[in-house]
Ligand binder design. Structure first.
Ligand code: ADE
Length: 440
């Protein structure tokens, strides 16, 4: 169900989140109050965004700008939205996934932080699409996307709407694949900043964020012991590397399946077993897809898997594990735990699907830790500011995050951790930019 804010984006100063409270004090409280406590807890881990928010509150660089966002509605996202609202933006937010919305956070954002919020955990795809339409109907000038539903939606509804966009930012690999497909077809009419490809985002969000939160989601859903198990990771991009690292850290033997020869070699050099997916299907205990592709695990894999195998997807869309193939092979199906659906095959083997094959770190857990999202959402906030403040605007197309934004965010994060680093001397700088003399 939709939760339009009482006063979306009005100029009244948004209220600060309340201080964190002990969990037992929350039991009788309103949903919004519980959400506010969660937002404040996350905020304490997000010092970079906090500093940007303070600057935005004073300078109001987004005054009157309509921002449409399609993101996972979490406490971390709430802190990004608060930052934009403090900067003067009018924010309409819809859910990027039916299972990632934290209802208490959505309530707090709508009731206490001046954003219009459309999303509720457990909605069906039609409701999700309706919310995307509602956000598009607010005629956003800037879009923040996680999966490209808003950017694609704006373009599907007419090029005029798309041309009116100052620009968009995209948080995820899957979204950038879509936006690049639009660009290749010559239909992309606005600039889209590739936040997902910024150096800081790759190093922290994909590697540490997805790595930890995916293993966390699997453990929360199942309470499995990973030590001694064979854990198969499909895809060895930045996210796959993070997941493999954390699974190994928990004691699992890790197998990597990868179609790119260089990445496959990197996985082997990192000490993982590398093999084709059908071979891995026969030996794995836990399978995680994180490829951005579709039907990565299908009927032939299910037919080879061991009894009790666990299947999870950490990619953005729920198409990496073929659910139609699983449904057609299964003779029975039972929900054995809140986030575990057990499929029985004709020979009696049972396969356990987590969170309906949806992004397991958000559907079974709370997503990436706030300390990681601090970096991602600081980049998002600064990219939105850059899009709005660029004097001549940007040309339509996918554009990189300006390098100085990456650098500024990393420096603020180091400051917040109390870490100092050296600076090059002038002589060292000169050496690095010289070519004429022998470089001895
Ligand atoms: N994507 C991954 N983790 C997230 C989080 N905690 N909040 C919003 N988006 C996310």
């Amino acid at each position: 169900m939709a939760r339009p804010a009482k006063a979306p984006g009005r100029s009244t100063a948004p209220r600060q989140a309340t201080a964190p409270r002990p969990a037992d004090a929350l039991s009788g409280d309103s949903l919004a109050e519980a959400g506010d406590a969660r937002i404040a807890w996350a905020s304490a881990q997000m010092p970079v965004l906090d500093q940007i928010r303070a600057r935005f509150a004073a300078a109001r660089p987004l005054a009157g700008v309509r921002v449409g966002a399609c993101l996972h509605i979490t406490a971390e996202t709430a802190n990004l939205v608060r930052t934009l609202v403090f900067g003067g933006a009018e924010v309409a937010l819809c859910a990027a996934n039916p299972l990632s919305t934290q209802d208490d956070v959505a309530a707090a954002l709508a009731e206490r932080h001046g954003a219009a919020v459309y999303g509720r955990r457990g909605e069906d795809p039609a409701q999700l699409t309706a919310h995307v339409d509602t956000v598009i109907a607010t005629s956003p000038q800037v879009v923040i996307d996680d999966g490209a539903d808003l950017v694609a939606g704006v373009h599907e509804r007419g090029s005029q709407l798309a041309e009116q966009l100052i620009g968009a930012t995209e948080e995820t690999t899957a979204g950038l694949l879509r936006v690049r497909a639009m660009e290749a077809q010559g239909v992309l009419r606005c600039p889209v900043m590739a936040v997902n490809e910024s150096s800081a985002e790759r190093s922290f969000n994909d590697y540490y964020g997805t790595g930890q939160s995916t293993v966390d989601g699997i453990l929360r859903a199942t309470n499995l012991l990973l030590a001694g198990r064979t854990f198969v990771v499909f895809g060895y991009g930045f996210t796959g590397r993070g997941i493999a690292l954390r699974a190994r850290g928990a004691g699992a033997s890790v197998v990597v399946c990868e179609v790119d020869p260089l990445r496959a070699l990197e996985a082997r050099m990192a000490g993982y077993e590398v093999m084709p997916s059908l071979a891995a299907a026969a030996v794995g205990d836990v399978f995680v897809t994180v490829t951005g592709g579709r039907d990565v695990i299908g009927a032939e894999h299910f037919q080879r898997m061991k009894d009790g195998a666990v299947l999870a997807n950490a990619g953005h869309f729920d198409v990496e594990i073929s659910l139609p193939a699983l449904h057609s092979l299964a003779t029975g199906r039972q929900r054995v735990l809140p986030l575990v659906e057990q499929y029985t095959l004709s020979d009696g083997r049972r396969l356990n699907l987590l969170a309906d094959g949806r992004v397991v770190n958000l559907a079974a857990g709370d997503g990436h830790p706030a300390a990681v999202m601090d970096i991602s959402f600081a980049i998002q906030a600064l990219c939105v500011e850059r899009l709005v403040s660029a004097p001549a605007g940007f040309s339509p197309g996918v554009i990189g995050v300006p390098a100085e934004i990456d650098g500024a965010v990393a420096r603020l994060k180091l400051d917040s951790l109390g870490i100092e680093i050296d600076e090059l001397t002038d002589a060292q700088r000169d050496y690095l930019s010289a070519w004429e003399q022998p470089l001895r």
